[in-house]
Design a protein. Structure first.
Length: 216
């Protein structure tokens, strides 16, 4: 049966987070297709992975017999995260926009799993694995909007997930999530509601399509 690696990074819990809510809908639809499948779940906000250190980084370029105890321990933690990615048939990532970029906790996970000569390089070890990213944001940064130039979430993740790790990338983008809470954005509430409904529909559809694709 298929294995889904599910990563949440929102600082907000459950329904208070659009990325968590939409990702949960994707996962629910996925589990309906694979009731006996495996889900590897990491909440890097509640249980952060270590930020990359000199020992963790340098150990990847030193023979195992020559590593210091500190390098060996730090590298073992990286390998565990890398193996989870390599074992996955599909990846689901909740990536809310914080200050125009991704949460630092998600960046820490990416720094750990990106290893030149294994997950990155000429033949990335997880190359071709489908990944769906729920890239929620409080406003809109779509082409043609005033803040189009501040979109650093999708651009960055395209470079890392697709361009470097070689994953097969797809996005779900719930936007204007601050509209119901910000009086200055009240006129945008209908657009927020439409975006939210579309995101949940996309989550269910993409989960089913991906499951069918992997089963073919």
């Amino acid at each position: 049966m298929a294995t889904l690696l599910h990563i949440d990074s929102s600082a907000f819990p459950d329904e208070a987070s659009s990325s968590r809510s939409v990702a949960a809908a994707f996962r629910e639809a996925w589990e309906e297709q694979y009731p006996g499948g495996t889900v590897i779940y990491r909440d890097v906000a509640a249980n952060p992975v270590p930020h990359i250190t000199a020992d963790a980084w340098s150990a990847g370029y030193v023979a195992p017999s020559e590593r210091t105890p500190e390098q060996s321990a730090a590298f073992a933690a990286r390998v565990m995260l890398i193996e989870e990615l390599e074992q996955a048939d599909a990846v689901l990532i909740g990536a809310p926009m914080y200050n125009y970029s991704i949460p630092s906790t998600l960046k820490a996970w990416l720094d750990n799993v990106l290893l030149l000569g294994r997950t990155a390089g000429e033949t990335p070890s997880a190359q071709g694995t489908p990944v769906v990213v729920v890239a929620s944001r409080g406003g809109s940064y779509a082409p043609g909007t005033p803040r189009e130039g501040y979109e650093f979430v999708q651009n960055y993740l395209e470079a890392v997930l697709e361009g470097t790790l070689g994953l097969d990338l797809d996005f779900i983008v719930p936007e204007l999530t601050m509209a119901p809470r910000n009086p200055a954005m009240s006129e945008l509430v209908p657009l927020y509601e439409a975006s939210r409904e579309r995101a949940f529909e996309d989550a269910a559809t993409k989960a089913k399509e991906l499951a069918e694709r992997l089963a073919a």
